[in-house]
Design a protein around this ligand. Structure first.
Ligand SMILES: NC(=O)c1ccc[n+]([C@@H]2O[C@H](COP(=O)([O-])OP(=O)(O)OC[C@H]3O[C@@H](n4cnc5c(N)ncnc54)[C@H](OP(=O)(O)O)[C@@H]3O)[C@@H](O)[C@H]2O)c1
Length: 225
């Protein structure tokens, strides 16, 4: 399976790429800095220099041509300003989906966020802006006609993965490791029957393959009704 990952050098993206490469699949994506290409290349992961914001839709389509799926795991990450958040987190997924349509890549997984994330904290205006932009991106993606899947992870940690999660249509926001989110994304990529769903995932007790299998069978049963 050939997978185009936007955010391939990021916390979740590079873990997805590593899992795919280890399994003999072909992850690829765009990086903004040469040292990122080197680090990923050392793991056998091919990348191309590129920037989601600077590139045109046609250029993005060319970059992903021949892939079987797209994963959007990029984000301004609070490191930049609100305008960057709008262009990357807000406008980025729609732009990438338009490119996917041109390139004929139908499967599209968007890493989003729980709408109630950190609502109990008094977050600043930039965080609220980020939340609005993430939701905007979801609403655009569901209208595309692609085989989209939106995955909302809870707060991400860099702890070692547990291989276990709580995954479903609606979950309580807690936290989850980036390792486990990456493993869920790879599992979802390998389950093409799961489509046009918004899923929430947080740390939990169910083995990842089992959690995805349960969702796939309930979605098949719902399709038969
Ligand atoms: N942090 C959380 O607790 C949390 C919770 C829920 C959901 N999320 C979402 O989960 C996703 C993954 O999070 P993460 O922690 O893995 O993010 P991350 O480590 O900040 O990685 C984001 C990646 O996106 C890349 N990127 C940003 N702008 C780009 C552009 N214009 N063109 C190409 N690439 C670009 C960055 O590239 P550079 O390396 O060049 O900067 C970076 O590699 C994000 O969408 C985030 O919003 C995060």
């Amino acid at each position: 399976m050939k997978v185009f990952i936007i955010g391939i050098a990021g916390g979740v993206g590079r873990r997805v790429a590593a899992l795919l490469a280890e399994a003999g699949d072909e992850p690829t994506g765009l990086v903004r800095r040469p040292e990122q290409a080197e680090a990923l290349g050392a793991k056998g992961i091919r990348t191309a220099p590129g920037d989601l914001v600077a590139m045109s839709v046609d250029q993005l389509a060319e970059a992903m041509r021949g892939c079987d799926a797209v994963v959007f795991s990029a984000g301004a990450g609070g490191k930049e300003n609100d305008e960057a958040t709008t262009r990357i987190d807000g406008d980025g997924p729609g732009k990438l989906a338009a490119a996917a349509k041109i390139a004929g890549v139908h499967r599209f997984i968007l890493v989003s966020v729980f709408p109630e994330a950190w609502r109990e904290r008094r977050m600043d205006a930039s965080f609220e802006h980020y939340m609005v932009e993430k939701k905007k991106a979801e609403t655009e993606l569901v209208l595309t006609g692609l085989d989209w899947l939106i995955l909302r992870p809870s707060a991400l940690t860099n702890d070692s993965g547990t291989g276990r999660v709580d995954l479903g249509l609606a979950k309580v926001h807690v936290e989850i490791t980036r390792d486990d989110v990456a493993a869920v994304i790879v599992g979802l990529l390998r389950t093409p029957g799961l489509n046009r769903l918004i899923l929430e995932v947080t740390g939990g007790a169910v083995e990842i393959g089992e959690a995805i299998g349960a969702l796939a069978s309930s979605s098949t049963q719902a399709g038969r009704r």
